[in-house]
Design a protein around this ligand. Structure first.
Ligand code: GCW
Length: 673
């Protein structure tokens, strides 16, 4: 019975034609003398071929037609060596079916071979013609990292898939097999780093017993090319009572961190570095000592630099003292520091300026810090998009952010290009995804949420990839290769996030969810201690109108974007409709392009969202013949909840906005009796 544990690496028996194709190309495997990484590649190929065909490939010593031959320039016979291999770099690979009948998986390193093996398996699993395979690929970003918000007591902040997969109690002695499966899944996507613990961090994580636990995980993950990182709490030495201050400029503090780094690197020689959330939501930081983010980041960077480590310093900062517009704060604090960060610091920026809302414009820092490498931070776990219950494929959302034009260069400069380092040649590049992984059988809390982990990984490899192509690739491996069913599943995925936007926060609304847990509607909440936590602060609806004026007449957050964008979005007529109320406060009777009033349009959007949620359910029901019974049922049950909660969102929001505006439902609005 299918329970989702195998993720997209299912390797179930293929239909006859596919099976024959795999058997023809994978009769044997030839691999160089083995490192643990090559061993992992060979084991995976064997497992895949055995699963897909029922037959295990033989081991062969010499290349021959019908064999898969893995090798580097040092081990491949010249006739099988692809041209230009060196250009594929440390992690790239070439996979090619030769005229002579061998399938060559070539790379410059063992990790490249592992990635190439997964690429071949992906091709086999998705039904590509293996006798014509000719693929080369190299990652566009260097650091492709998961951020676990996992606490040391095994709870997961904003996690909806059970407790943390890190069984801290049993570590370091017990190395759960699940860690290896986690490594395989990540390596299949090219994810090469993992931050084990929550950014809301604890001092204990940097003490000897915890370093030993992290080291045990690093040992399991290493053969799969995955480095371990830790979230560091800025005040750690002070809280452990090993220094008298945490001031980054105090020599005893810098010395403490340098010693700590030495200690960590003794246990984990390839330790990736630190992720830091400082001076944000109550976390300590350099500003507690009137020092800047750069002072703090550079002090930590100096500690890990001798070992080749990096510091990822988060730009998600906002404070109650800055009540006018929370969306402005990161830009205001960080742009003056451009050029002041050490070489091994990357500033990690959420995709939008508020907080992982169903829709936000791209963060204005992208393109505005040309001397600083910026890491894109996406949230894979669906804190604001219906937890693991609602079907919302985030590939489209990630793609929307990455394809946004920052207009910071003549001819355009997309967010993806910024993240790829277009402005910062020679400096590190990266992407971070807040993981949706837990210890439930499905890993991600639902079958479709696995697609969000998958899409994140594929976009971290290539930020310009197509979210639709990724969805298709994932669904073919996860559910079915039957083309019509696949079209339907991809169609559902592609519209799902827009459905969520429509029934939660249409037309640029944001941050109107329930307090604390962030689930369900609560646009009426107005009495929280901090103004910038109240939904009313964000929608500003009253008798006359609705929306947050971020133009020059309002908070002027718009001025943080390039002039061309500021100009275009300065006028509601030329602002993209999906962002209208993000940037403008407008009267309820404002005439929308549809010919409706703003009020009528808002209600129509909420209705559309509910209709779309219902459509997801109907479309899934029709897919029953193509999906195994258990997983079909699991998804169907969640889609029922989604329809119910879409109605809840719509009804609550429409009722609330009707009450503040004093307007009746537009004529013709249908509601169940
Ligand atoms: O999205 C918000 C979450 C917090 C989170 C914070 C952050 C880890 O509600 O739970 O804390 O962002 O990104 O730091």
């Amino acid at each position: 019975e299918e329970d989702g544990y195998d993720l997209w690496l299912r390797y179930r028996p293929l239909p006859q034609a596919g099976r024959d194709d795999v058997l023809r190309q994978a009769q044997a495997i030839v691999a160089p003398r083995s490192s643990a990484t090559v061993q992992a590649a060979v084991t995976e190929l064997r497992r895949g071929v055995q699963g897909m065909t029922g037959q295990a490939p033989a081991d062969a010593a010499q290349p021959r037609a019908g064999a898969i031959v893995l090798g580097t320039a040092a081990t491949l016979p010249p006739a099988l060596l692809p041209d230009g291999l060196a250009a594929l770099g440390r992690e790239g690979y070439a996979v090619r079916r030769m005229e002579s009948g061998e399938t060559v998986i070539a790379a410059n390193t063992d990790i490249g071979l592992l990635y190439g093996a997964f690429a071949w398996l992906r091709a086999a699993n998705t039904g590509m013609p293996l006798d014509r395979l000719d693929e080369r690929s190299a990652p566009k970003l260097q650091l492709r990292v998961l951020n676990h918000w996992d606490n040391l007591d095994r709870t997961v902040e904003r996690g909806y898939a059970g407790e943390s997969i890190w069984n801290w109690w049993a570590l370091p002695d017990v190395r759960d097999r699940r860690y290896t499966d986690y490594a395989r899944a990540n390596a299949s996507l090219g994810i090469n780093g993992t931050v084990l613990n929550n950014v809301n961090s604890k001092p204990e994580i940097l003490t000897a017993p915890w370093i030993a636990k992290a080291a045990a995980l690093a040992d399991v993950l290493r053969p799969y090319g995955i480095r371990v990182y830790l979230s560091a709490r800025f005040s750690t030495p002070l809280e452990l009572k090993e220094t008298a201050t945490a001031d980054p400029l105090a020599p005893e503090v810098a010395a403490w961190w340098a010693r700590k780094a030495d200690e960590i690197y003794r246990a984990i020689p390839d330790f990736g570095g630190f992720l830091v959330k400082a001076n944000s939501e109550g976390q300590p930081g350099p500003q507690d000592y009137h020092r800047s983010h750069a002072d703090g980041a550079n002090m930590l960077a100096a500690a890990v630099a001798p070992h080749g480590g990096v510091v990822m310093w988060r730009a998600f900062v906002y404070a109650a003292e800055n009540p006018a517009d929370r969306a402005r704060q990161a830009y205001d604090e960080f742009t003056p520091l451009d050029g002041k960060f050490a070489k091994n610091v990357l500033v990690q920026v959420k995709n939008g300026p508020i907080d992982f809302q169903p829709r936000e414009p791209f963060h204005p820092l992208f393109g505005a810090m040309p001397k600083t490498p910026l890491v894109m931070e996406f949230q894979i776990t669906k804190e604001y998009l219906g937890y693991a219950t609602h079907l919302a494929y985030l590939g489209t959302m990630f793609e929307e952010a990455l394809r946004s034009d920052t207009a910071r260069a003549p001819g355009g400069l997309t967010v993806a290009q910024v993240v790829e380092g277009a402005q910062t040649p020679g400096r590190p590049t990266g992407m971070a995804g807040v993981a949706n992984i837990g210890s439930e059988r499905t890993w991600s809390g639902s079958h479709f949420d696995q697609a969000n982990w998958y899409a994140y990984g594929r976009l971290a490899w290539n930020p310009q990839a197509s979210s639709r192509a990724i969805a298709r690739e994932w669904a073919a491996q996860t559910f079915t290769r039957e083309p019509r069913a696949l079209d339907d599943i991809v169609g559902m995925m592609s519209m799902s996030r827009e459905a969520v936007v429509n029934y939660m926060t249409p037309l640029g609304l944001h941050h109107i969810m329930g307090t604390g847990h962030h689930h369900g509607p609560a646009p009426w909440v107005a009495e929280l201690a901090r103004p910038d936590w109240n939904p009313v602060y964000y929608h500003k609806a009253d008798r006359n109108g609705i929306g947050f004026d971020r133009t020059a007449r309002g908070s002027n957050a718009l001025a943080q974007y390039a002039p061309a964008i500021a100009r275009q979005y300065g006028d509601p007529r030329t602002t993209p409709e999906p962002l209208l109320l993000w940037f403008h406060h407008l009267p309820w009777d404002y005439a929308m392009p549809s010919g409706r009033t703003l009020w009528a349009e808002l209600v129509a959007r909420y209705d559309l969202g509910v209709t779309q949620a219902q459509a997801l359910r109907t479309r899934w029901a029709a897919l029953k013949p193509f999906v195994d019974a258990r997983r079909h049922e699991d998804v169907a049950a969640l889609l029922d909840v989604q329809v119910k909660e879409a109605q809840w969102w719509r009804d609550a929001c429409v009722a609330y906005f009707a009450s503040v505006s004093g307007r009746p439902l537009p004529a013709g609005t249908k509601r169940p009796a």
